[in-house]
Structures are given as structure tokens and as C-alpha cells.
Ligand binder design. Structure first.
Ligand code: SF4
Length: 69
């Protein structure tokens, strides 16, 4: 498992935003850890049309903190 820190995709509101209540995403936000093999779509308006896929430990300046659940 990877530790996920503030500023990284796993804790960002745009990470998997279209299915944000899925258990695996909620768990990342609560436990601040994620599988090494996980990827999900970034739904930030500037990235969405590109279908950017990121890991929970990726990041960018569009980070916005998601609520834990
Ligand atoms: S790439 Fe940026 S906007 Fe997208 S999920 Fe990661 S931190 Fe958030």
C-alpha cells in the first residue's frame, strides 16, 4: 500500500469524481493509503476532455481537498 498525502490525487475531489462514493475511493480518503496498482480518472475541468488517468500519489496544482466521505 502507498501512503497518500495532502496535495496528491487520492485526496483530491476530482479523483474518480464521477463515482466518488465508491468504497475504494472513500477508503483512500479515510485511511490515506491506496493500492500501488490503482489508477482512476481525473475529472478536473481542465483534464476531463483528455481523460487523464492518474495514480493516488500523482498530483497537480488543481488539487482540491475531498471530504473523507
Ligand atoms: S491531477 Fe490534479 S486535479 Fe486531477 S485528481 Fe490529481 S490533484 Fe486532483
Amino acid at each position: 500500500m502507498l501512503q497518500v498525502h495532502d496535495g496528491q490525487c487520492g485526496l483530491c475531489v476530482h479523483f474518480g469524481e464521477h463515482h466518488a462514493q465508491e468504497k475504494k475511493l472513500v477508503e483512500i480518503r479515510v485511511k490515506k493509503s491506496a493500492s500501488e496498482t490503482m489508477l482512476d480518472e481525473c475529472a478536473h475541468p481542465k483534464h476531463a476532455s483528455l481523460h487523464l488517468r492518474v495514480t493516488p500519489i500523482s498530483g497537480c496544482d488543481g488539487f482540491e481537498r475531498a471530504k473523507p466521505n
